[in-house]
Design a protein around this ligand. Structure first.
Ligand code: HT9
Ligand code: FE2
Length: 315
């Protein structure tokens, strides 16, 4: 509950929703797997840095639970470091995944005071071969586990956000691009981007369609035999994946006798870990090419002033 209170402070999300989500966490002993997953990613990245000859320490700061961002910046300052590169654990631009983290960093810098390091964020990786490649590999593995071919429906999922948030960022455009790149690399013929984990009040419009609504509609329309759900909007199998997909969506599929396979997120896939190191190297020297697949090109290093603006309307 204290974690959820932090997440939702000042947000337009009903209290009943918070209590409902607390139940999701209680299914897993009241603990999110995300901290453990971030520890694993940091360990893998440390090994990658050694292999790549990148002699930099790695720190970790969360927005809503310890280890918190101000503690991390304090530690960095205490170690005498003046400049930091920040990897955000989201591949996409939105207020939640971009601007809010930048605001959190500024607040943490203010807390630490004049000794606080300068922080530069790395570009988003939604169209990087080190993200698209592993995602495609995981979708292929799901198809194989179902003994299914490329005409099997694949639902790519991402966290829904309020339309008022989506209007001021490139979230949907980047997601569509990731999905298209994964789909084209595998030759998928029946895929769609849908959304999950919406949490606002019903009268507030959020990105649609919802994953479960889509499964029900597709199955009503034309009986579904098998289905792949690929959570392209996340980088680890945290609560939104293991509850909202592996429990809720999986239950719906079981009730309707649909064979469903949920693709793994990229997690600590070696190519993804190597991507993070590459994004770091890009910013250390001028001779590292900025790799990006598809039409949108490498995303910006420095956010423009109006990047991912969002003024939540209070209830
Ligand atoms: C875009 C996006 C990502 C993807 C990008 C990224 O990864 O950053 C993401 C990831 C995550 N969201 C997470 C958890 C939660 N998100 C909530 C609520 C919200 N998420 C939002 C957006 C996003 N969320 C929004 C617009 C809200 C409404 C409140 C607000 O405007 O801020 C709530 C409150 C309860 C609820 O209503 O669901 C919880 C508990 C966890 C941790 C899971 C774990 O613990 O394992 C992760 C990785
Ligand atoms: Fe969230």
């Amino acid at each position: 509950m204290p974690f959820l209170e932090n997440v939702l402070r000042g947000k337009r999300v009903p209290r009943e929703r918070m209590l409902e989500v607390a139940e999701h966490y209680k299914h897993f002993g009241g603990v999110s797997p995300i901290n453990e997953q971030n520890r694993a990613l940091i360990a893998a990245l440390g090994e990658q840095f050694s292999r790549d000859g990148i002699d930099l320490p790695i720190y970790w700061g969360n927005r809503n639970w310890s280890p918190l961002l101000p503690e991390a910046l304090q530690q960095i300052a205490g170690d005498g470091k003046r400049r930091v590169l920040a990897f955000f654990t989201s591949m996409y631009s939105s207020y939640s995944g971009c601007r809010q983290y930048r605001e959190n960093i500024q607040q943490a810098q203010a807390e630490v005071g004049p000794q606080a390091p300068q922080v530069d964020k790395l570009r988003f990786g939604f169209n990087h071969p080190g993200f698209v490649g592993p995602m495609a590999e995981n979708v292929r593995a799901s198809l194989q586990s179902l003994d299914a071919d490329v005409s099997t429906p694949v639902l790519f999922t991402a966290h829904s956000i309020p339309l008022a948030m989506a209007d001021n960022c490139s979230y949907q455009r980047q997601l569509e691009e990731s999905c298209r790149l994964v789909a084209e690399s595998l030759g998928l013929t029946n895929w769609q981007l849908v959304y999950q984990s919406r949490s606002g009040p019903p009268q507030q419009p959020w990105l649609e369609p919802d994953v479960c609504d889509t499964i029900a509609a597709m199955d009503d329309d034309q009986k579904l035999e098998s289905l792949v759900i690929a959570p392209v909007g996340f980088i680890s199998d945290h609560m939104e994946v293991i509850y909202d997909l592996d429990d809720e969506a999986a239950t719906l599929c079981r009730q309707r006798s649909i064979h469903m396979a949920r693709s793994s997120t990229v997690g600590t896939h070696p190519d993804f870990v190597a991507m993070i190191a590459e994004l770091v190297r890009e910013r250390m020297t001028d001779d590292v090419p900025r790799r990006a697949l598809g039409d949108l090109g490498p995303w910006h290093d420095v956010c423009p002033l109006d990047c991912c603006l969002y003024k939540p309307t209070r209830p």
